[in-house]
Design a protein around this ligand. Structure first.
Ligand SMILES: *[C@@H]1O[C@H](CO)[C@@H](O)[C@H](O)[C@H]1NC(C)=O
Ligand SMILES: *[C@@H]1O[C@H](CO)[C@@H](O)[C@H](O)[C@H]1NC(C)=O
Ligand SMILES: *[C@@H]1O[C@H](CO)[C@@H](O)[C@H](O)[C@H]1NC(C)=O
Length: 361
């Protein structure tokens, strides 16, 4: 399938999803004058076609290995998604494996791929308690040194990708389930103030990027999301450049929280963007037809819960295909969490997600 700048340009200008009959008529007419526009001309009915029409992002977490070795994967990625997140390539252990020694190769590949396919990039992630390189984890640095290290990492990374990343998950997973602050290298040595500092440094390094706090189990109205709400309000009151909240949304089939939309709305009402950043919906294996149907309804509901809120910027799925999902390796006995199966056939969940993006569905 060709990916010319021209076909993407045309796709972005489709004002809103057309009824199928009208779209068919339009394509038939277009084929007369633009005979080279064949399969991609139906792009209005892809996930990204619907998302483009609404001015929102539909993203996927992308692994470097399938990106560089699996053309079936990139075909689906580029046809269906207008945003990408590095599954691992922008985490600290991947980017700065030794102090001051950066490895940009995989992150650069993804950023270049996105530019070539008219996709936005969500940057991921700067200060997180996990996947830290051992020089950093075991360095026994003083608070002053840690501040220097964190600022340098943020300046260097955001500086490199300035203008190429539309949003950064600056801080990931800062809370425990009861709403207390999670122990981490940053929290323990620097205190909660590291969050405001990281956001300020990130804003100085790339003023146009939207800066997010990202977390899991904050989709429902609960102790953890209450604590984050309080923190977000406080940061905004202090003038800290926080632009959005990322709701990871790693769900179990049938368990999209009933309070999700109202919860996202309260953050949106603060003036913050909200995004679903890591959506997947796992099923105990083997998945039954009924579970796959439930999962489809869940994908629709989860995406509508965000897109139905004023400042929802988009939805990112944590992967493309069950072939490469992190789920089976992390949640033993679970899988089948994504919109495509191992051989790239769209599952019922694809239809659910598509209908969630398409207001006419
Ligand atoms: C945050 O943590 C999750 C683990 O739950 C991880 O999968 C994800 O990559 C991290 N996200 C960011 C923004 O660091
Ligand atoms: C860490 O640094 C402190 C302060 O310099 C020192 O007292 C302590 O012994 C160090 N710990 C380790 C494990 O090196
Ligand atoms: C994927 O789904 C298609 C269509 O239902 C099916 O033919 C194929 O066997 C499935 N592939 C796998 C690996 O399950």
């Amino acid at each position: 399938m060709p990916h010319t700048a021209r076909s993407h340009h045309r796709r972005r200008r489709v004002p809103r999803p057309l009824p199928l009959v009208a779209a068919g008529a339009l394509l038939a007419a277009a084929a007369v004058t633009l005979p080279q526009l064949t399969p991609e001309a139906s792009a209005a009915t892809t996930l990204r076609g619907y998302a483009d029409a609404r001015g929102v992002r539909i993203g996927a977490a992308v692994g470097d290995s399938p990106l560089t070795s699996d053309s079936a994967y990139t075909t689906v990625l580029d046809r269906e998604f207008n945003s990408v997140t590095a599954e691992n390539a922008m985490k600290w252990d991947a980017l700065e494996p030794s102090r001051g020694g950066y490895n940009w190769a995989a992150a650069d590949r993804l950023v270049a791929h996105a530019a070539a396919h008219n996709q936005g990039v969500r940057g991921h992630t700067l200060a997180w308690y996990s996947q830290l390189p051992s020089w950093l984890k075991n360095g026994n640095f003083s608070a002053a040194e840690l501040n220097t290290i964190l600022k340098k990492h943020i300046d260097t990374t955001l500086g490199r990708y300035k203008g190429k990343v539309y949003a950064w998950d600056v801080v990931n997973e800062t809370f425990n389930e009861d709403g207390s602050m999670r122990s981490s290298l940053w929290q323990d040595k620097l205190g909660t103030g590291y969050i405001a500092n990281a956001l300020r440094w990130a804003h100085a390094a790339d003023p146009a990027a939207k800066l997010y706090i990202n977390d899991y189990n904050i989709e429902a109205d609960n102790a953890k999301s209450d604590a984050l709400y309080t923190l977000a309000k406080q940061l905004l009151a202090e003038g800290v450049p926080l632009n959005g909240i990322g709701f990871q949304s790693h769900f179990v089939v049938g368990q999209v929280p009933s309070t999700m939309k109202a919860n996202l709305k309260r953050f949106s009402d603060l003036g913050l963007e909200v995004s679903v950043t890591e959506l997947d919906i796992r099923i105990p294996l083997p998945a039954s037809a009924a579970e796959l149907a439930q999962q489809s309804a869940d994908y629709k509901l989860a995406s509508e819960n965000c897109l139905g809120v004023a400042r929802c910027a988009g939805v990112t799925v944590w992967g493309v295909t069950d072939k490469y999902s992190w789920i089976p390796g992390t949640f033993s006995g679970f899988g089948a969490a994504l919109p495509y199966n191992e051989s790239y056939a769209p599952k019922p969940s694809y239809t659910g997600l598509s209908n969630g993006l398409n207001p006419a569905a």
